[in-house]
Ligand binder design. Sequence first.
Ligand code: NAP
Ligand code: MG
Length: 492
Amino acid sequence: MSPSSDAPFELFIGGRDVPGTRGERQTLLDPSTNEPLVQAAVGSNDDARAAMESAERAFRESNWAADDGARRAKALFRLAGLLESRLESFALLETRNMGKPLRESRGDLGYVVRTLEYFAGLADKVEGASIPVPGPRLDYTIREPLGVTVHIAPWNYPLLLAVRSIAPALAAGNAVVLKPASLTPLTAIAFARLAKEAGVPDGILNVVLGSGAEVGEALISDARCRSVTFTGSGEVGQRIAELAARRLVPLTLELGGKGPVVVFPDADLDRAAKGIGYGIFQNAGQMCWAASRLLVHESVRDPLLERVRAIAEQLRLGPGTADGIEMGPLVSREQVDRVLGYVEEARAEGAQVVSGGGRATDPSLALGNFVRPTILSGVPDSARAVQEEIFGPVLTAGTFADVEEALARANATSYGLLGTVWTRDLGNAHAFARRLECGMVVVNEAPITFPQSPFAGTKGSGVGFEQGRAAVHAYTREKNVLLNLGPAKRKG
Ligand code: NAP
Ligand code: MG
């Protein structure tokens, strides 16, 4: 399947491509040119219901949940293998749809393969416990799949963030309904077809396209929905929490961030600068965990900023499919306006533009959604550019005089996803990591994670967690069984 083929991208329900009941289509644009890329179906409430029904039936009637986990493991390992063998075509599809450089898409797809393998390995290890209780009794627990789980994904890592929650849900024996972001549905559809090829029974993995407001809400509100995993903005996350609360459905919310990067005077400035550049300009800064808020000790501010500026100015911007490109376009025109709106507002509030600050200057990029890597300094802490998630290649740089000031400012936003600390003093690193109000802390490296490590936000960045062993448990219900084994026999 390639975006140039004539076959429209459709919904995937019950193991089949379906056009959607209303027969509506939308044209997706190439973010590097804003030329039409491909047509994709737009689903409706009725399609959401059909997907839920198909999932519920497959959960009841197929052997997916009932089989021993080793069979699910095999199917998921096969899926990982198939994806690995087609990694290049999936990466190309992701890049064409979303815009990021091909080498980043390859990395994302590699991460998807690894995630599938990790959770495949856990599919036959979903264990309960045997619990000592008084008397002639046996008490034990069973972990059962929940049933139909709903997953709503954003556009910044389209397949990666979908599979991050789908893989443990499938490993635990659930039937899944995924709604990808309207802007980036292509790899999710291709992935669902691949799952069928790998032997995942029809109806166990369904993909419904369509708007969040219609299809997303219909999925969560459906009586068959047993859990919701949402990755996206805080605003939509709150709405989803309200809908889930009405039905008392458990939920996981992975929301935005405003990651502090704290650089102490003893840090290796060359490494720190590279890490900072990567942490904000990778994926053109469209990352929940972007290291977007630099706080550097005043004694090393100038040498550090000079290094980061040099990195920003050397980054090669261009279409994600071209060779050697280091930063692609933003996903849409709306996103460009949003990002530059923050920059303009910060400027009006007195910020200095250390680098970038506008659209790409190369005329060959004029039609695409290209924004130059941007560094702002002197932005007041109260400014929206410091408090809110910009979701673009924009770093704000501030200074601190001592540890307490660094900590107070690092913690002074409503978010708490990932914080970064650069220092050679590991005692300081540990102490600081403990006091950071973040779900994740990285020391002396750019933001990084692995399928085996928990991924979680605190405060406005989310509820619950993903990844790690326990992620499989989050898609199970623990049942306690207590057996009375007969009258107690007295000794003697
Ligand atoms: P978004 O606008 O919140 O949308 C995310 C998903 O929710 C999309 O599939 C969207 O569908 C759907 N949606 C929208 N309104 C809905 C509703 N009322 N009910 C149900 N679903 C609804 O987020 P985005 O703009 O795609 O992504 C950017 C945001 O995601 C940023 O805030 C970023 O920080 C966050 N994010 C968080 C993480 C993390 O792990 N913490 C990772 C990546 C991104 P449509 O596409 O049809 O609108
Ligand atoms: Mg949105």
